[in-house]
Design a protein around this ligand. Structure first.
Ligand code: PEP
Ligand code: MG
Length: 372
């Protein structure tokens, strides 16, 4: 891990005196959280909880949860995940003592957790062609194939992810919220100061946020009653599809804060797949000057940016003090940070190693705005 030199530290201290934007980091484990803090992050702006589910020993349990056919089966898998999630949050809260932590509830592209369809087909074909194949094994695999096919999506990034998962299977988000609040009550007893901010992903309609807010509040209340520890918290939303930005005045009624997810917002505003565009045509587009920049790296201020400023303005029509930030890749990019400053966001959140750069860029943005 790199260290910052003394002179650079001094420069950063000067930058901190002039910048208006707060700088947070995207981190989902205690090591990254500690690193972010060392680099001067003033909180975690995005903890992507799906990363916690990707650990090798958890994937089979996550598959059990996704493939469950009954609520009992799903709950059994969730009960196994709960203590692990609680430990995840305990570690992060300890590392971020005294600073805000924004935890985003599960936003998995489901296909990343499902068994591979092709591999399954090959395996089934092999079993079918083997004369002394274990019939029970074959039946099990065929059953699995049927379930995987039911869940298969042609466009998983536009599919059953984010809050859509929480709406259809509220027990998943309930487990996560329980883990968060139980973790807070544990670390509070150690004297750690935590301010959890629960964030709902991929909201496009205020009703989605309304439902999820109710769920979070219910579980938070339950855990506080059980533990006897009172925990101040806030509930906010990602703004990452155009409809959320366009209806931000309604969404703000249910949100304590907004965090702009400019990765998905870029994907959905341009209609470019964030997983494919760069490998297919986007670089030629930039080379041929069809686009001035790669919009997944530098915020497209005219299109995506217009939705961001609209989101901020509409949100603040409803709540003048609404806290707003950005947690897409753009939150760590110099020119995008300048845009965030000019648009009146409260903070940017970027990868831990970009925190020093973001502190400098935020100061530069403040200085150039003062001069003009
Ligand atoms: C985003 O969409 O900008 C975002 C931060 O969320 P993710 O990259 O996890 O989809
Ligand atoms: Mg997103």
């Amino acid at each position: 891990d790199p260290e910052l030199s003394g002179e650079f530290q001094t420069l950063l201290t000067w930058a901190d005196e002039v910048r208006k934007l707060k700088v947070r980091a995207n981190a989902d484990n205690p090591h990254d959280a500690a690193k972010a803090r060392e680099f001067g992050a003033e909180g975690i702006g995005l903890c992507r909880t799906e990363h916690m589910f990707m650990e090798a020993e958890r994937v089979p349990i996550v598959q059990e949860m996704i493939l469950a056919e009954t609520l009992e089966e799903r709950q059994a898998a969730l009960n196994k995940l709960l203590p692990m999630q609680r430990e995840d949050f305990v570690g992060i809260f300890r590392a971020m003592d005294g600073l805000p932590v924004t935890i985003r509830l599960l936003d998995p592209p489901l296909h990343e957790f499902l068994p591979d369809l092709e591999e399954l087909l090959v395996e089934i074909t092999r079993l079918r062609m083997t004369s002394d194949a274990d019939k029970r094994e074959l039946l099990k695999k065929e059953n699995l194939l049927r379930k995987v096919r039911t869940l298969h999506e042609f466009n998983p990034m536009l599919g059953h992810r984010g809050c859509r998962l929480g709406i259809i299977h509220p027990e998943i988000y309930a487990m996560q919220v329980r883990a968060i609040f139980e973790a807070v009550s544990i670390v509070k007893k150690e004297g750690v100061d935590v301010q959890p901010e629960i964030m709902i992903p991929l909201v496009g309609h205020v009703n989605e946020l309304h439902e999820m807010r109710k769920l979070v509040e219910e579980v938070a209340e339950q855990v506080q009653q059980e533990t006897g520890v009172s925990i101040p918290f806030s509930i906010g939303t990602m703004i990452e599809v155009p409809r959320a930005a366009l209806t931000a005045d309604q969404i703000a009624k249910e949100a304590d804060f907004f965090s702009f997810g400019t990765n998905d917002l870029t994907q959905t505003t341009f209609g470019y797949s964030r997983d494919d565009a760069e490998g297919k045509f986007l670089h030629q587009y930039v080379d041929q000057k069809i686009l001035p920049d790669n919009p997944f790296i530098t915020l497209d201020t005219e299109g995506v940016g217009k939705l961001v400023s609209m989101g901020v303005q509409l949100g603040r029509q409803t709540k003048p003090d609404l806290k707003t930030g950005i947690c897409g890749e753009h939150g760590g990019e110099k020119r995008s940070i300048q845009f965030c400053h000019n648009t009146g966001l409260n903070y940017v959140s970027c990868s831990p190693f970009r925190v020093p750069l973001a502190r400098l860029a935020a100061a530069q943005a403040a200085l150039s705005a003062e001069r003009s």
